[in-house]
Structure formats: structure tokens, C-alpha cells
Design a protein around this ligand. Structure first.
Ligand code: GLC
Length: 839
């Protein structure tokens, strides 16, 4: 336990044993920051506040992002971060000083007489305020306290379990292999120390608490009005991000920690996995069945049994005699292979095992305090662990993928990277194992595992991602990870680990995926059907329905559990599951435009309803299972998915259509015949409560609504994203206020989109007394899409309509039962308008 103080040992022991916040340990040796009057001195972009031997430095990096660091004894900790790149930390913005603080163009920072930090909007509404006793120092540990007034809700913190709203709960960040975790299990696999508060008087704000040690959070759990965060060691360093909207906060958080890269389009397709498909023959059979049953699929996953004795970077040549041939054959059917590649390298000297031999030669593994290489047991038996904190070791690791990339493996799966170590009390490596940090703007230095543990998984994916980008500079890299840290979205997509085949886990997965999206991880999935236990037929069907609307859509199940491929429960279930997978493929143009949006702006793909409709926070319905896919689609599964009980869906104000029928879902409040609704036409009660719609669960149906004011692009079903759709692009126009949609396309896999090889086009609609105009902006980018014509359906349309594109008249058909007008327009690559005159 070299390098640890006794105080820290106590803290670590208390948290390790109790798995809870170490309140009793934190109670001694308290040195409050507010002892004595604080002295405030102005800096170019903020203030220093001196009190009780500490300095609190508040800097504005941008008008809405503040960085707060507290120096014990006046000495600041090393200014380095795995989450926030140096370039962003160096940003400054000019501030206007005041006697008690400063202001930016967006916020006012006030230091109270007691030395507390208050952040307000420019109208004086409080965004965030320190609690009366804002800082406790205890040995190397510390606790920070802020007020959490009634009415503020807390979201984010990655995929931690529990309810969607984190208020009233407390959590510990310590990446942990949590096989069969439950709703109450904490910590689990990831540490994303970022949360968003929504519902406060100054609007939403977020805090990134950039401390990699075993940090803790308490959101009005111990004290009903206080938010606490602390750690047993490490820097006191956090970023406060002002909104006012939740979207502003999340987008700015991805400015700060980086965005998920544009994924390959195939990653948005359906993915079939099992621990494990045991042979190439079995992989071929599964692929054949998927195609025979016409279940669109883009990916099959190879779990650890494709390897020789579970050794990463090997292949079992008995069962997978020709991996390259298998990948080639799969590719010809439109299926990509993803191969698991865990970080633990088998400790297998003198056996010609390259990862071990080259790793030892390059000194790339984590050491014991006595200088020997740390060995722990994982899938391959005794294993050694790459030290991903060294840039050189990451480069070495990245190079190991070369033969697999060469064989045509399309993506890689980094599992067990908490890291998981079997047959130990803690489930991971000892806290005093030694890493040697040589990376970014960190000082070259040794660090204990206690410091590195929570970033280890993220650095594993960084090594894989950067390695793949180097090996194939013109291809997008796909990495899936189980463990990660704030900013990990830059390197990998994620999933929620070893969930169970229960209805409660289906519910939990929705909360986990929403909170991951709010934490920067827009690309996330949960094992469809549940990893352990084997789902009932109904559960697997429901999970397929909901999974089809989640960012990463992968069916995966544990060894020894019943099979969970889509066909296992007979024709009726298969038909429903197929229909939902197909719908996912129809929606591909919309999903892909959301991917483009996420890559540029950081908006999550799957969102809580209040993300785009803040009044939903006050809705009276049970919205615990509702979510949106982008702003336009509201998916409303039963809040009790196992129950046939009727439930209400609260639709936010503004009007909605039923996705499946295209009919208005809320009463039209139209003037005359015009198929339009606007926010001003709804009553104040409706604006708060929205329009309630009663739904009675049916196993073959999932309620989905489209916001009035949406132009939704869809395409004909294909069997994979590599199949070019034949026919027309579908554009469904749902009239309403702010009516827009975005078309996005590129080649789906290369980096050409960064050099102009993409297509982005906004389409808008406006309704007038005489009819409607659909305006296509000029296209951005040089990519030529697959479609030559567009099949337009205008919903909520009554009567006839005369349609013109430029000077051409287009023939239109009316469908009175569906309240729709349909016509085919030309491609409008250069932009232009289509006008519809009411007939
Ligand atoms: C872990 C993973 C699981 C995988 C298994 C074997 O339990 O979470 O998804 O199938 O290891 O690799």
C-alpha cells in the first residue's frame, strides 16, 4: 500500500467493505474551507478565493463552462486529465470582474461571505449554489457539498442502476465486473462522473467531477437538500456547465470531453451474438438462418470461444480453420464479424504467443510494487495486464490488431476491462499495483492502480480505437467496451454488461441507456433478451420491440442459457420480432441523420422525453419507460412491461401523430380545414400535462408517436445496410410548428465524409390557408445518394391537393381513410420547393 496515507486506507477499506459512502471515516480531522473570511483576487478569466489555507480557483473556459479547482495548502494538483483534452482546459474567455466574483456573457459567479460558490444566470436566478459547509478535507480525501433544492432532478452518471432520476440515491464510482447485477447493485462497470440537474430555477446544469479515484456521489440521499461528491484522494477539480436547457448542458459536455465519432452505418443495424458461437460452421448456420428467415442483420459477434484457450489475439484453428474465409463469406451476405479481444494477455512465456512476448520485451505490462509483472487469473488463466496509461504501450497494443484487420474482422469488443480479475476478493488488481503514466500532458510518473482503475477500461479502448485508425486510416473504427470513464465516448460504443432475462431488467435497460446518452455515450445497448437466465417468449419479443428503437441493437446471451435468437419461440413471435427489426431498417435514414447530429453536436440518439420537451418533467403520467429517438419519435412502452394494464401516455404539447397509422394521435385543433396544430392552440393545462392518450398493451404492438412538425425520412427494408435499397426514399410529412427534417447519407464506412463525401439536406414545411409548401435546402456535401426520387406522404391531410414541383405538376393520390396525400417528387438535389394547393 505504498504511497497511501492511513486516512486513505481507512477510506478505501470502508468503501470496499460497505460498498457505501464513507461517512464515518470522513467525520474526523475536518478542516472546513469557510473558517475565516475568504479573500478574493481577480484573474483574467476568473477568481482565486483564499480561505483556511486553501485556494479555490474558478476559471471560465467558455461563457457557460466554469472549471473549479481547490488547492490544498495552496498547492494545486497536477493540471492533467484523461477526460478533458489539454486544448479545452487551456481555453479562456474574458470575464467582467466584480467585488464578489465575476460574470461571463452567460453566467454570474458570486463568492459568498463564507467562501461558497454561487452560479446564477444573468437575471439572478440561481443555477447552482454551494451548501453551507461546501468543502471538507480529510487526509487525502475530501467532500464537496452543494444545495440540491426540492424540484431538481439528477440524471447521467453513466449506466448506474436504480431509477432514471438519481435524486434520493447515492453511488460509488469503481469499475466493477458485475455479473448478474441487480437494480440495487452499485458500483457496476463504468465510472462516468458527470451528472445533469434539471428542473432548477436557473435551468439545467451539469457537473463533471474529474477525479479518477473511488469517488462517491450523494444526491439528497443522506440530507434531503444536499448534493455531495467526494473522493478518497486525487485532485479537487470539477467543471460546472450551465444550460439553461438539458440539451445545452449535454452538448457542452461533449464540447468539453469530446464527441462520439460517426459510427459505421452497419453498427446501426441488427446484431446477433451469443457466448459463444462455437465454430465457423455454427456462425455460417446462424447467418444462413437469419437470411432464410429474412431477419435483416448487419453483424455477428465472435465471443471468447473463437480463440485458442481464450487467449486474446489467437484463433482456435480447429473450430475456426479459416477466419479470413469466414469473414469473406459473411461479407458477401452483408454480415460483418466483430471479434472479442479482451485486455488480459495470457501469461504464456516461451510458447510463441506474440502479445505476451512482445509485451514483455517492450515492458508494456502493469507491475507489482516490487517491480515484477503483476499476474492475475482471467479467462485464459494466469494473465498479465497492459499498462494503457503509457502512450507507447497503447501503440504496441493497437498494432496487435493487424492480422485480424487483415482477415477482415470489422470491429472489436473490449470486455472485462474494469479490469476483472478472478479469484480475488476485490475482483480486480491490487490497489498498489504500479502503472507508469507517460501520456498527454501528465508528468511522467508512477501511479497506483487506486488512481488508474476507473480510467483503465477507457484507456484500453483508446488504444484499440487509435490502433485501428492507424491500421486503416480511411475506415471508421468500431470498438465496443464494457468499462469506461468520462470522455470514453470518443473511443468506443458501450453496453450495459451482464444483465438478466427479467422484466425488471428490460425496464432498467431503458433507464441505463437514457442516462448513458445524457453522459455522452450516445451509442449504447443492453443485451436484448437479457444475458443470464433465458427470456420467456413474451419478454424476448418485447425486448426486440424496444431494442429496435435503442442506439445499439444486439441480441446476446450467456453460455448455458437457453437460445435467444429471434426464431426460438415459433412463428408468431418470430413474425413480430422480424417486423420490428424491419422497422429499424426502414428508419435507417432517420437514425443515420441522428448519428451525424450526435457526431457534430453531441445530442443523444435516445433521450428522456424532457430533453426536447422540458414540461415532461411535470407530466402526470408514469413516464418511466418513455423515451424519444431524436426529437421526433416518442416511444412509449408500458411502464409495467409485464402487465396488460392500460396506461396513459403524456404527449408533450404541440401535437403528435401515431407512427404506425399516420393518423393524428391528438385532437386536431385546426382552423378551417388546415391540418395544423401549434403550441398557441393548446390550453395552459395541456402545455403542462400534455395530451394524455390511453394505451392498452398488446404484445404485437409498441406505441410510437411522431411529433407534429416532423419530416421523417425512411427507406425500403433491406437485409443489411450494405444492400443498396431499391426504390424510393420515403419522406413522411407531419405538419406542425417548426416543421423540418434532415437527410443525411454517406458511404457508410470510410472517412470520406470528413472530406466532403457526404450529403446533408434540410427539408422544411409550412402550412398556409391554401395548402402547404415543402422546401428543400440546397444539399451540402458531394455524396450521391442511392435514391433518384422521393415518395412523399403528407399526413393529417383532408381532401384533394394539386402538387407542383417547380413548373411541373405531379400526380397526387388522396387517401381519406389515412388522412394522407401521396405523390412522388424528383430528387431536388439543388434544392427547390414542392407546393400543394388545397383542391
Ligand atoms: C462477460 C461479458 C459477456 C461475454 C462473456 C464472455 O461476461 O459481459 O458479454 O459474453 O464475458 O466473453
Amino acid at each position: 500500500m505504498a504511497g497511501m496515507t492511513r486516512g486513505m486506507l481507512r477510506l478505501v477499506a470502508a468503501t470496499a467493505l460497505a460498498g457505501a459512502t464513507p461517512w464515518s471515516a470522513a467525520a474526523q480531522q475536518i478542516a472546513p474551507i469557510d473558517a475565516g473570511a475568504p479573500q478574493i483576487s481577480a484573474r483574467a478569466n476568473g477568481v482565486d478565493v483564499r480561505a483556511a489555507g486553501t485556494v479555490m480557483r474558478v476559471n471560465a473556459l467558455t461563457d457557460s463552462i466554469l472549471r473549479v479547482r481547490i488547492a490544498r495548502g495552496g498547492v494545486f494538483a497536477e493540471d492533467a486529465s484523461w477526460a478533458v483534452p489539454a486544448g479545452f482546459r487551456a481555453r479562456t474567455v474574458k470575464v467582467t470582474p466584480a467585488a464578489d466574483g465575476f460574470s461571463t456573457a452567460a453566467v454570474r459567479v458570486r463568492i459568498t461571505a463564507a467562501g461558497g460558490l454561487v452560479v446564477e444566470d444573468l437575471a439572478g436566478k440561481v443555477i447552482s449554489a454551494d451548501a453551507p459547509r461546501p468543502v471538507d478535507l480529510d487526509g487525502t480525501g475530501f467532500t464537496l457539498r452543494k444545495a440540491l433544492p426540492f424540484g431538481q432532478h439528477i440524471y447521467g452518471l453513466g449506466d448506474k442502476t436504480g431509477d432514471l432520476d438519481r435524486r434520493g440515491q447515492s453511488f460509488v464510482d469503481w469499475n466493477t465486473d458485475s455479473y448478474k447485477f441487480m437494480r440495487s447493485t452499485d458500483p457496476i462497470y463504468k465510472s462516468v462522473p458527470f451528472f445533469v440537474s434539471a428542473g432548477g430555477e436557473g435551468g439545467s446544469y451539469g457537473i463533471l467531477f474529474d477525479n479518477t479515484y473511488r469517488a462517491w456521489f450523494d444526491f439528497a440521499h443522506r440530507d434531503p437538500n444536499t448534493l455531495e461528491m467526494g473522493a478518497p484522494d486525487g485532485p479537487i477539480d470539477y467543471y460546472l456547465i450551465a444550460g439553461p436547457t438539458t440539451g445545452d448542458v449535454v452538448r457542452r459536455y461533449t464540447d468539453l470531453t469530446g464527441r462520439a465519432p460517426m459510427p459505421p452505418q452497419w453498427a446501426l443495424g441488427f446484431q446477433q451474438s451469443r457466448y459463444s458461437y462455437m465454430s465457423a460452421d455454427e456462425v455460417r448456420q446462424i447467418a444462413g438462418r437469419l437470411r432464410a428467415e429474412k431477419i435483416p442483420t448487419d453483424v455477428l459477434w465472435l465471443d471468447i470461444d473463437f480463440q485458442d484457450r481464450n487467449r486474446p489475439f489467437t484463433v482456435n484453428t480447429q473450430t475456426f480453420p479459416d477466419l479470413a474465409g469466414l469473414a469473406r463469406d459473411m461479407k458477401s451476405t452483408g454480415i460483418k464479424l466483430i471479434a472479442i479481444t479482451d485486455l488480459h494477455v495470457a501469461a504464456a512465456p516461451n510458447q510463441g504467443y506474440t502479445p505476451y512476448d512482445t509485451g514483455i520485451a517492450g515492458d508494456h505490462f502493469v507491475h507489482n510494487p516490487d517491480g515484477s509483472v503483476f499476474v492475475g487469473k482471467v479467462w485464459p488463466g494466469p494473465s498479465v495486464f497492459p499498462d494503457f496509461t503509457r502512450a507507447k504501450s497503447r501503440v504496441w497494443w493497437g498494432g496487435l490488431f493487424k492480422p485480424f484487420v487483415h482477415d477482415g474482422i470489422a470491429g472489436f469488443w473490449n470486455d472485462m476491462n474494469e479490469p476483472s480479475v478472478f479469484e480475488t476478493l476485490t475482483g480486480t488488481m491490487p490497489l498498489d499495483t504500479v502503472h507508469h503514466i507517460a501520456s498527454d500532458d501528465f508528468a511522467d510518473r508512477n501511479a497506483t492502480h487506486a488512481e488508474v482503475h476507473n480510467v483503465y477500461g477507457m484507456l484500453n479502448t483508446r488504444a484499440t480505437f487509435e490502433g485501428l485508425r492507424t491500421l486503416q486510416p480511411n475506415e471508421r473504427a468500431f470498438v465496443m467496451t464494457r468499462a469506461s470513464y468520462a470522455g470514453g465516448q470518443r473511443y468506443g460504443v458501450t453496453w450495459t454488461g451482464d444483465n438478466s432475462a427479467t422484466w425488471d431488467h428490460l425496464k432498467l435497460s431503458v433507464h441505463q441507456l437514457i442516462n448513458l446518452g445524457l453522459s455522452g455515450f450516445a451509442w449504447a445497448g443492453a443485451d436484448v433478451g437479457g444475458f443470464t437466465g433465458g427470456p420467456s417468449a413474451d419478454l424476448l419479443t418485447r425486448w426486440f420491440e424496444i431494442g429496435a428503437f435503442t442506439p445499439v441493437f444486439r441480441d446476446h446471451a450467456e453460455k448455458g442459457s437457453p437460445r435467444a435468437e429471434p426464431w426460438v419461440d415459433g412463428a408468431e413471435h418470430l413474425a413480430i420480432r422480424r417486423r420490428f427489426v424491419e422497422e429499424r431498417y426502414r428508419l435507417m435514414p432517420y437514425l443515420y441523420a441522428l448519428a451525424d447530429r450526435n457526431a457534430h453536436a453531441g445530442d443523444p440518439v435516445m433521450r428522456p422525453v424532457f430533453y426536447d420537451y422540458p414540461d415532461a418533467l411535470k407530466a402526470s403520467c408514469d413516464q418511466s419507460m418513455a423515451f424519444t429517438l431524436g426529437a421526433s419519435l416518442l416511444v412509449a412502452p408500458p411502464p409495467k412491461p409485464e402487465s396488460p394494464q392500460t396506461y396513459n401516455v403524456c404527449l408533450p404539447a404541440g401535437g403528435w401523430f401515431d407512427y404506425w397509422t399516420g393518423l393524428p394521435a391528438t385532437p386536431m385543433k385546426a382552423s378551417g380545414d388546415a391540418p395544423i396544430m401549434s403550441a398557441t392552440q393548446t390550453t395552459p393545462e395541456q402545455r403542462i400535462n400534455g395530451d394524455m392518450v390511453a394505451e392498452t398493451p398488446r404484445l404485437d404492438h409498441l406505441p410510437v408517436y411522431v411529433r407534429a412538425g416532423t419530416i421523417l425520412p425512411r427507406q425500403p427494408v433491406t437485409q443489411s445496410t450494405s444492400e443498396v435499397p431499391t426504390g424510393l426514399l420515403f419522406l413522411d410529412v407531419y405538419p406542425g410548428s417548426g416543421c423540418t427534417g434532415v437527410l443525411y447519407a454517406d458511404d457508410g464506412h470510410s472517412m470520406a465524409f470528413e472530406r466532403g463525401g457526404y450529403l446533408r439536406q434540410t427539408v422544411r414545411c409550412t402550412v398556409s390557408a391554401d395548402g402547404m409548401t415543402i422546401a428543400f435546402d440546397k444539399r451540402q456535401g458531394s455524396f450521391s445518394p442511392w435514391w433518384k426520387q422521393i415518395a412523399v406522404t403528407v399526413h393529417g391531410w383532408k381532401g384533394a391537393g394539386a402538387v407542383r414541383q417547380g413548373t411541373r405538376t405531379l400526380s397526387a393520390s388522396r387517401d381519406d381513410a389515412a388522412q394522407a396525400l401521396r405523390f412522388t417528387a424528383g430528387d431536388l438535389a439543388k434544392g427547390g420547393t414542392v407546393t400543394i394547393t388545397r383542391g
